[in-house]
Design a protein around this ligand. Structure first.
Ligand code: ZN
Ligand code: ZN
Length: 409
């Protein structure tokens, strides 16, 4: 186990972030996974990192705060916190986010506090997020099990067993095994994703039509000069990095006002420590005009109302049913894993890299080119085993993109 963990830590530092000599690194980690976070710090120093700064997270303290802190706490974001993150990225520092949380940590908390705090956080961290989303520095999101999360994924198992099962699933998803050279596995994986992405870019589609038996019937226009991305990216610091580990998606952005129809969720969506289930959006000219949900409708309605752009889509991502994570048939209640098991969209901010040269454009230029702008960005899953996606080219030709939940090419 220890060997596997070290392999994983090195994978995140050397392939995920590709840390360079003299670079600083912030590691955000739940306190439950301190041991693994420390292993990542050692791997980073071994790779020449200048200094590792630990940014600890604790679900339970968060919950206590949401329940008991003074009300105005949720209308302010501390300046020192904003500076810590923004100055770090401006100085070329890398970011490792070990993302694991109890998916129901904030059930029963006043939703109004959640929304208000998301708004002030979004405003305070706008520059930081803009730098991150336009790949100013390498960043990587990965996960390790914590007991509360593991028990939600494997409710029948006792906590220790659940943690072991979740470790197995995570190792499988990030292609770590005793036999294989993980760096070589990742190289091959990224090559395969790149081939598909290149094919989609050559097609230069005008729109995508999604349909399945649970009620999705949605047409998504793509902006002019759109670019599909997948696997790895190059940061402005010149470093190739892999923002998500695992990653199975090929993603781009829709034209903000060009999404019409109905889209139905296929997996639960975890937002602010609450689970939202069986929901559907109706969209007109890009805007979500109706929301229905069996569970968590209020949380969902708040989430798409934090600003104007929150009720428009900012990401369209293709993930085949026949992918390693999806084939495990596990509901992870963790966006990093669920989004890489299913076709999805995100409401909120679009990645600037979704159009040619977008990383060099101002927010205003990106808006004029049809990309959405928001303080939020939330992926939600819609892929099913009978999902069909038909592409239409600018000269009106129809090209099958997905047949029965998988790529048609
Ligand atoms: Zn995505
Ligand atoms: Zn996303």
């Amino acid at each position: 186990m220890k060997e596997k963990l070290q392999k994983y830590a090195r994978l995140l530092i050397e392939v995920g972030l590709n840390i360079q000599k003299g670079q600083n690194l912030i590691i955000s980690s739940p306190i439950e996974s301190a041991e693994f976070a420390r292993m990542c710090a050692v791997a980073a120093y071994n790779a020449g990192c200048r200094e590792v700064i630990m940014n600890w997270k604790d679900d339970i303290s968060d919950r206590i705060k949401y329940l008991h802190a003074a009300d105005d706490v949720f209308d302010t974001y501390p300046e020192w916190r904003k500076n810590m993150l923004t100055e770090h990225v401006k100085g070329g520092g890398a970011l490792l986010n070990i993302y694991a949380a109890d998916p129901e940590n904030l059930v029963g908390v006043d939703p109004n506090r959640l929304t208000r705090f998301e708004k002030v956080t979004g405003q305070a961290l706008a520059e930081y997020r803009q730098l991150q989303m336009s790949s100013a520095v390498p960043w990587c999101v990965a996960s390790v099990p914590i007991p509360s999360w593991a028990s939600k994924v494997f409710p029948q198992a006792d906590p220790e067993e659940a943690t072991d099962l979740l470790w197995d699933a995570i190792f499988k998803a990030v292609r770590i095994s005793d036999e294989t050279d993980v760096v070589e596995e990742w190289r091959k994986h990224i090559d395969r994703l790149t081939e598909r992405k290149d094919y989609l870019n050559r097609l230069n589609l005008k729109s995508l039509h999604y349909k399945n038996s649970i009620g999705t019937d949605l047409v998504v226009e793509l902006p002019e000069d759109h670019v599909w991305a997948a696997g790895s990216e190059v940061a402005k610091t010149g470093q190739a990095f892999v923002p998500n580990m695992p990653t199975e998606e090929i993603f781009g952005a829709p034209k903000k006002d060009g999404v019409n129809g109905v889209v139905v969720s296929s997996r639960p969506f975890v937002k602010d420590g609450n689970i939202i289930e069986n929901f559907r959006f109706t969209l007109k000219d890009g805007k979500i005009v109706d929301v229905q949900a069996d569970k968590g409708a209020d949380i969902l309605r708040n989430a798409i109302s934090v600003d104007e752009g929150a009720s428009y889509f900012g990401e369209v991502a293709l993930v085949p049913c026949d992918s390693p994570i999806s084939n495990m048939k596990i509901l992870f209640y963790n966006t990093l894993f669920d989004e890489n098991a299913s076709c999805h969209f995100a409401f909120g901010q679009a990645y600037p890299s979704s159009i040619k040269g977008g990383e060099m454009m101002s927010q205003e230029e990106l808006r004029l080119r049809g990309l959405n702008d928001s303080i939020t960005h939330e992926d939600f899953m819609i892929g099913t085993e009978d999902l069909s996606i038909i592409g239409t080219t600018h000269d009106g030709k129809q090209v099958p993109i997905f047949v029965d939940g998988n790529f048609a090419f």
